[in-house]
Ligand binder design. Structure first.
Ligand code: ARG
Length: 478
């Protein structure tokens, strides 16, 4: 057969010789180059390991390997230098894998033509994703640690300020600021744990779906890629059909977004005039185009708002996979679009959160002014009665009545009541003594908590110490 123009896709063998590259819309539609270009260092790393394995099992010669390594290293520096302007990016070649392979063949001829021995883009792209995840997870953890580091620093400076806690956004019990800051740290630490073990099995050598009749040594390739991978996947069909690594990471990112969003919401509330618990730095507020006095917490609002994109990515991935027959289907190409978008967004949010924590001030005076509102010490009074032998349910009723009595008299504080008032409300009239006043008032209450993990002074101090022991120091960020 004689073709006038060479097929733009050397792996397509069509009657016309042109195939899907002949329609520009089809060429663009099938291409993932826009978003998978960023995989080039991982693609090259995987290809070098694959080539070394091929040489090890005598499927290519040492000279072939030398040529392949030289060519791939050159391509890597060219792309690093030229970025999007690298002439090897050709939309008609569909993706990062084929652009790099075509450039390699141009540089090395037959040596480059041997690189794809025993592999398919299906196992290649699965490996690239896993190698990318190693870097991405590392970056993600570092960013979370930076944020945790700033939360710890803030808890060291403002941690002993007494503040109200809230359930149902109604005043609950007194706590110290540090305990709440460390609550966020615990949640963000779990976001780190969620990434443990994601995508640690090497799919390369699974080929298109069924493996290969050639004498590939998959453990050799895996060894060359350790620690990005820590084992060889066990089933070639599953290895090329699944995107669980992308989904696991998207879930970890979604949970991080969820926690960032809750934290952002909390601090938006705390920064209102009505609360005034914190002051955000001018750097992280913006003005209104109409109302000259405004300082809006836009950065926090955007952290909250960007959660939609991240959840959307997880939902897109789940939906993308749900109808697929086992084996590779082109739908899977869309995975990277979503996981990259979610990752980029969460990284931005984490960096922004770190800066906000670093520059925010807790307003001790303002918090103190309102501390007597809401009978924060009511539970403490019930626990005092328990220490005097009153069953908790009875104590709860007694204190409920006392709070009502205060409201009737226009008192804001339980400590304004006399011993006679207290005893009159109790079934056994003699239990309340002078020491009751040591259990009242938010400042006293935060000193009394003793249960493990409490949100008062002792719990905060123990948790801070544990954090410092765990991290070595508190200042993780710049
Ligand atoms: N760019 C593709 C992806 O990301 C590569 C796999 C193409 N495989 C195929 N059999 N057409 O999924």
């Amino acid at each position: 057969m004689c073709m006038t123009t060479p097929a733009p896709k050397p792996w397509e063998h069509t009657k016309s010789g042109q195939g899907s590259a002949a329609d520009p819309l089809a060429a663009r539609f099938v291409s993932s180059l826009d978003y998978d270009k960023r995989l080039y260092p991982h693609d090259i790393k995987g290809s070098i390991a694959h080539a070394r394995m091929l040489e090890h099992v005598n499927l290519i010669t040492p000279d072939d390997l030398k040529e392949i390594e030289r060519g791939l290293n050159e391509i890597e520096s060219e792309i690093t230098d030229q970025g999007d302007a690298w002439p090897g990016w050709k939309v008609e070649l569909e993706d990062v894998h084929m652009c790099i392979e075509a450039a390699l063949i141009e540089k090395t001829g037959d040596a480059g033509r041997k690189l794809h021995t025993g592999r398919s883009r299906n196992d290649q792209v699965a490996l690239d994703l896993i190698l990318w995840l190693e870097d991405a997870v590392g970056e993600f953890k570092d960013r979370l640690l930076d944020l945790i580091g700033e939360l710890l620093l803030l808890s060291e400076s403002a941690g002993t300020i007494v503040m109200p806690s809230y359930t149902h956004l109604q005043r609950a019990q007194p706590i110290v600021v540090g305990a709440e800051l460390l609550a966020w740290s615990d949640a963000f630490e779990r976001c780190i744990w969620r990434t443990d073990g994601i995508g640690k099995l090497s799919p390369i050598g699974s080929g298109a779906i069924a493996g290969s009749a050639l004498s590939l040594d998959r453990s050799k390739t895996e060894g060359l890629l350790y620690p990005a991978v820590e084992g060889v996947s066990t089933n070639s069909i599953d290895s090329t059909a699944s995107r669980d690594a992308a989904l696991d990471f998207a879930y970890a990112l979604s949970m991080t977004s969820m926690w960032l969003s809750r934290w952002a919401e909390q601090w938006i509330i705390y920064s209102t005039t009505e609360f005034g618990f914190i002051t955000l730095d001018d750097l992280y507020t913006t003005g209104s185009s109409m109302m000259p006095q405004k300082q809006n917490p836009d950065m926090l609002e955007l952290i909250r708002g960007k959660t939609g994109l991240v959840y959307g990515s997880l939902m897109a991935l789940l939906t993308m996979c749900k109808g697929l027959p086992i084996g590779y289907n082109r739908d899977l190409q869309e995975d990277k679009r979503h996981v990259f978008a979610a990752y980029d967004s969460v990284c931005d949010c984490l960096d922004m959160a770190t800066r906000i924590v670093k520059t925010t001030k807790f307003n001790e005076e303002k918090i103190k002014q309102g501390l007597d509102k809401g009978f924060l010490d009511a539970t403490s009074l019930a626990e005092y009665l328990v220490t005097k032998g009153v069953p908790f349910r009875t104590a709860h009723q007694v204190v409920g009545k006392l709070v009502q009595a205060c409201r009737d008299k226009g008192y804001e504080k339980l400590s304004l009541l006399t011993l006679d008032d207290f005893n009159a409300a109790c079934p056994d009239k003699k239990v309340v003594e002078k020491d009751v006043y040591d259990w009242l008032g938010p400042e006293n209450v935060v000193k009394r908590y003793q249960s493990a993990g409490n949100a008062g002074l002792s719990g905060f101090k123990e948790q801070l110490k544990a954090w410092k022991d765990r991290l070595g120091n508190t200042g993780q960020s710049e």
